[in-house]
Structures are given as structure tokens and as C-alpha cells.
Design a protein around this ligand. Structure first.
Ligand SMILES: Cc1cc2nc3c(=O)[nH]c(=O)nc-3n(C[C@H](O)[C@H](O)[C@H](O)COP(=O)(O)O)c2cc1C
Length: 160
């Protein structure tokens, strides 16, 4: 199974979750490519069996230019564009996908970038097979206890 993970990360936590998910996927024999959304090309979608898209939760949803500037002011190093722009610009694609995000709390008030990713994926002929939120201890991280392990298990669970 070929998996493409398209991700965005301002402080590095979502990228760490992506790497943990890779561990789970590869433990079940998947072949995985990880790319920052800003580096993703249309050709990367060729031959992909499962698309994973992951981002940090900003203002209850996906990062945008203003929230990336806020993150940069807090010491992050965001890319200029990310998952929202990539999903808005991607070519029509038919296949299976799953979404994940990092989030600093588990309440309704916290929102979920993963939920917004699912909404954007559903504009295409995509079968969404999973959604997961992974918790960070503070805005700049690190991942909360046990969350990297949970991300790895989630990755393994996606290989059926
Ligand atoms: C501008 C900004 C807005 C944020 N808004 C939320 C939010 O609405 N809900 C939440 O749980 N966390 C929020 N956070 C915390 C982020 O979710 C956290 O920084 C992120 O998960 C860390 O992942 P990263 O290292 O990949 O950027 C916000 C952080 C920033 C910088």
C-alpha cells in the first residue's frame, strides 16, 4: 500500500505526529512518503492508495496566513502556504483518505483542524476512512504524554 502524507507544522509537533504515524504504517508494510504541503506536487498523487493530511489546529480550524503570522511571532517557523491552500488547489482525486491534527485541548472550544480537513476532502470523490486529533501540552508543544504512541497505533490501524 502506497501512502502519501501531506502535512503542515508551525512548531514541529504535527510533523512529529506524522513521523509517528509513518512508524505505524511502515510496521504493517506500507510504503510512505511524507511531504510538507508547500512542497507537494500533483505528481505525488500518482499511485497513492491512501492519502493522509495533517495540520495544527489554529483558531478552531486550519492555519491561514494570519494565524501563521501569529505563530511566527511566538517563535514558530511556518511555511507560507499549508494544508488549506493545498486542499483548495488539488486536482480531482478518487481514493481513500484520512485526516489528523494537533490540538492543545480536547474540548469543543478547541475545535479541530482534522474536522476542517475532512470537510475539504469531501469536495472530492474521496472516501474518508479516519479522523484523529493528537494533543500537545502547550501551543509550542511538546506532544502530550502517550500521544506519539497513539499516533503510531492509529497509523498501523489504517493498514487493513
Ligand atoms: C495562532 C494560533 C491559534 C491556535 N488556535 C488553537 C485552537 O483554536 N485550538 C487549539 O486547541 N489549539 C490552538 N492553537 C495551538 C495549536 O494547536 C498548537 O500550536 C499546534 O497544535 C502545535 O502544532 P505544530 O507544532 O505542528 O504547529 C493555536 C496556536 C496558534 C499559534
Amino acid at each position: 500500500m502506497n501512502v502519501l502524507i501531506v502535512t503542515e507544522s508551525c512548531f514541529g509537533n504535527t510533523r512529529r505526529f506524522a513521523d509517528a504515524v509513518v512508524g505505524g504504517l511502515t510496521s504493517r508494510g506500507a510504503v510512505v512518503t511524507v511531504t510538507a504541503a508547500s512542497d507537494a506536487t500533483p505528481e505525488m498523487m500518482n499511485g497513492v492508495d491512501l492519502l493522509l493530511v495533517g495540520a495544527p489546529t489554529h483558531n478552531r480550524g486550519l492555519p491561514g496566513p494570519a494565524s501563521r503570522r501569529t505563530a511566527a511571532a511566538q517563535g514558530a517557523r511556518p511555511d507560507v502556504t499549508g494544508v488549506a491552500e493545498w486542499l483548495d488547489g488539488m486536482d480531482e482525486w478518487r481514493g481513500r483518505a484520512a485526516a489528523f491534527c494537533s490540538v492543545s485541548g480536547t474540548g469543543f472550544i478547541n475545535g479541530s483542524a482534522a474536522r476542517k480537513i475532512v470537510k475539504k476532502l469531501q469536495r472530492y470523490t474521496i472516501d474518508v476512512v479516519g479522523t484523529e486529533n493528537f494533543l500537545v501540552g502547550a501551543a509550542e508543544g511538546p506532544p502530550a504524554d502517550g500521544e506519539l504512541e497513539r499516533a503510531e497505533k492509529w497509523g498501523a490501524s489504517l493498514v487493513g
